[in-house]
Design a protein around this ligand. Structure first.
Ligand code: GRG
Length: 294
């Protein structure tokens, strides 16, 4: 299995579905729809949708079955990036290789584009079929829990409140990473599994996989922020250090951070054992995420 090929193909099919399900730029209010599409089609890696599609395959389903879930998590992720870049949050000028949404459309429209992407992510779930074990109520609960005030937003709050704090601990950082990053990756895996009517055992294995891969993803993100260029990352490099943010490299150093990401990835691989060969793509994705340079 060529994982780069899978990523390329899944990104293409997700973009086609997003193009179909997100209002076109010519539909009123034009500025808002253009702004949503500007960030959505700016060239993200599409990691979360790929995890949803591969999770469906691991459970004996298809990519097509999980396409609504894949689009939902990508819209939700894009909303979080637009809001994260705002002057009142991380205040960033550059994202996905382009000027940030508020730099192009202004703060008001950027806030609203984020709001609309958050809302449409739940609408995307309506394109999915219920299965024997899961209804739309389960899909909505999954996405709401991962993106709500106890997970994604809780992580952002802790991150904001932790800036320049003294006495920072690895446990505090893990709390942020679990919520800001891991919760949505775990949700991406679980929703993909649900689309394929995952058994309770399969769903719990996917939860563990998403959780571990999510933590590893953020540790690698912290490392790349220190070691890669802005040009390569498509977002401002060195931002965490400059903002006095807690990161794994700042707390335990680059070497130990790398080893920690490797350990988490090994644990992610182990969680997939029950799937046998059906988890080939998920395994490939975890390996790719550990080795990525952007
Ligand atoms: C509610 C006001 C308000 C804001 C929400 C929750 C939140 C803001 C922001 C969290 C967003 C964030 C930066 C999470 C960290 C996860 C992370 C490393 C994101 C980058 O993901 P990639 O590398 O990005 O997959 P691409 O662009 O490739 O999709």
């Amino acid at each position: 299995m060529d994982i780069n090929k899978f990523l390329e193909q899944s990104a293409k099919s997700v973009e086609k579905a997003l193009d179909r399900w997100v209002p076109k730029g010519r539909i009123k209010p034009q500025t808002l729809h253009e702004s949503m599409r500007y960030s959505l089609f700016a060239g993200g890696k599409r990691v979360r949708p790929a995890v949803s599609l591969a999770s469906s395959i691991a459970c004996g389903g298809t990519s097509e079955l999980a396409m609504p879930m894949a689009c939902a998590v990508e819209c939700l992720h894009t909303y979080s990036l637009i809001h994260d870049d705002l002057p009142c949050m991380d205040d960033d000028d550059f994202r996905r290789g382009k000027p940030t949404n508020h730099k192009v459309y202004g703060e008001g429209i950027a806030v609203l584009a984020g709001d609309a992407l958050l809302t449409i992510s739940f609408e995307m779930l309506l394109h999915a079929e219920a299965t024997t074990r899961y209804t739309h109520r389960d899909f909505v609960r999954e996405l709401a829990e991962a993106s709500g005030s106890r997970q994604l937003i809780a992580g952002q709050v802790a991150d904001l409140e932790g800036e320049n704090a003294t006495d920072r601990k690895v446990a505090d950082l893990k709390f942020i990473h679990e919520r800001k990053t891991s919760a949505l990756l775990r949700c991406s895996a679980r929703l993909g599994g649900m689309a394929a009517d995952a058994t309770p055992e399969q769903l719990s294995a996917l939860s563990e996989f998403g959780y571990k891969v999510g933590l590893a993803f953020q540790v690698i993100d912290d490392i790349l922020d220190e070691t890669q260029s802005t040009e390569n990352l498509g977002k401002t490099a060195g931002k965490d250090k400059e903002a006095g943010k807690m990161t794994y490299p700042s707390l335990i150093g680059l070497d130990k951070s790398r080893k920690y990401a490797e350990k988490l990835t090994r644990e992610a691989f182990a969680s997939l054992e029950i799937f046998g060969d059906q988890a080939m793509i998920l395994n490939g994705l975890a390996g790719y995420l550990l080795g990525r340079d952007r």
